[in-house]
Design a protein around this ligand. Structure first.
Ligand code: SF4
Length: 107
């Protein structure tokens, strides 16, 4: 039979493993919108009908930027839709810069 201490230790080891794996995360993707000014035939967003209403609110985008910063993410890919027409792009880029996330791409 497992003692309470052995059981606690097992759980701590599981958390430590998860924390170790999380600490190795260096990159992330953030989908900021579904809108796009193009209509590529192969588009993976076609089913969203490029819905303008499905644009990420600025407070949520800033919270997620902070989350990526807390994880130690150093490179971030902004995707959509078309992220360059995201109406809150500049404040999000400023926040990422403050968090030292400076390797930013958009696809
Ligand atoms: S989201 Fe990308 S793939 Fe889709 S229409 Fe716009 S540019 Fe083309």
């Amino acid at each position: 039979m497992e003692t309470h201490d052995a059981s606690s230790r097992k759980h701590l080891d599981i958390y430590a493993d998860k924390a170790y794996n999380i600490s190795r995360i260096r990159g992330g993707w953030l989908t900021v919108n579904r809108a796009c000014n193009l209509r590529c035939g192969w588009c993976y967003q076609k089913d969203t009908e490029f819905d303008l209403e499905r644009t990420m609110p600025l407070p949520l985008a800033l919270d997620l930027a902070s989350f990526f910063g807390d994880l130690g993410v150093k490179n971030l890919c902004l995707i959509g839709g078309e992220p360059t027409i995201y109406p809150h792009l500049l404040p999000v880029l400023e926040k990422l810069s403050v968090l030292d996330i400076r390797d930013i791409r958009s696809i």
